[in-house]
Write a protein that binds this ligand. Sequence first.
Ligand code: CA
Length: 225
Amino acid sequence: MSKILIIEDEAKIARFIELELKHEGNEVDKAADGREGLDKALTGQYDLILLDVMLPGLNGLEVLRRVRLESDVPIIMLTARDAVMDKVSGLDAGADDYITKPFAIEELLARIRVALKKHVGVAPKSNKLEVKGVSLDEDRHEVTVNGENVELSNREFELLHTLMQNKNIVMDRDKLMNLVCGYDYMGETNIIDVYIRYLRTKIDDRYGIKLINTVRGVGYIIKED
Ligand code: CA
């Protein structure tokens, strides 16, 4: 049994799909506009989402984009006939499939089965970052090097997190200061250099790796080999 969300403003179509899906043994939830649909989708409790493109409130493509920032739940778009752009944009924005209205319910059910099957075994989106043997787990607020735990203060963690998230991009000191200390920070301007020194002592020096590079006159970068 799968839990499926139908985001569709045409009540008759939504009801029709709902009955068919329930008949197949699925649990079904509905939303009649884009905003409600997005809110429900972001709860993360669905195995699959059917998403109409033309929706009041927030159109389907926008809902799709926002859901994709947080989740890789299978999404099948419902598009109007001949709306080629919608299909292309939908697939570009991360839809798994689309079906053109009007559709035969058997075809929709078949596509749902395919999308669900493809998704089985896909690992949940991980909140782990990894560079050069250094692994940062956002959920656990934990940093390990070669499996060994490294104790970091909150700001050290935030700084490392920011650099790892933006790996291969030079981050200048001002930007790092805003991101790590907040925009209203009024303290020492060399604070970032201080934290970088702490991080290097705890990671680079201790484990003999070159994790954080200085870009003279600009800032810092973590580069992937
Ligand atoms: Ca519609």
